[in-house]
Design a protein around this ligand. Sequence first.
Ligand code: SF4
Length: 246
Amino acid sequence: MAESRTPDQVVARAARATDLADLDAAVSDCFACPRLVRWREEVARTRRAAFRDQEYWGRPVPGFGPADARIAILGLAPAAHGGNRTGRIFTGDRSGDVLFAALHRAGLANQPTSVAADDGLTLRDTRIFSAVRCAPPDNKPTPDERDTCAPWLHREVTLIRPTLRVVVALGAFAWAAWWPVLRQVYGQRPPSPRPVFGHGAHWSGAAVPELLGCYHVSQQNTFTGRLTPGMLDDVFGRAKQLAEVD
Ligand code: SF4
């Protein structure tokens, strides 16, 4: 399989992806952002002391969840020692602990923890992916990196479009990353001015998924109590209701 090494190659390869397995494989073989490739590989080489004996994934992190998902959870980017270590989104870090515990309470995950790619976790009616597929330094991708990575997101949404009803945007970056999807996937002009992100924000358009805003499950938010388990339960309860998931 050909690697993607330029923005044009990302566009072409994403457009060719026939199903999620093909897309996931293609994403994993992407090298189009030099700064992020350097960073993900450096983190994988130097490692955190607690994980010194582990082999890091050190590659882009594909989405996770079934192809017939009715709910999508859109994050920012993988964590350096979470998804970039384990190879699965929100897996192996505190953010994932909070997110998957909430998904389990909502009946959307078969277990409350997500520690490794082979831990038996499965999702129901839900697919999780991020706007940028490589771990960025300080969790801050550049606008160019965001735009270079966008075709992967757009193709992923296209592939699950037949069933997708609700998107939960974790944080303002993900919320902003959704608007280009409306144009690229649904052929619709994004609203202007753009609706403002907030926890509990809800935007509806005609014949497109409902968009819900949720504070990101970052340690900064969950440790300080800005985002509580109850707040997550409310968001996922609302998402299930809108998506007509039992
Ligand atoms: S951030 Fe996206 S486009 Fe950039 S190298 Fe990673 S997967 Fe490729």
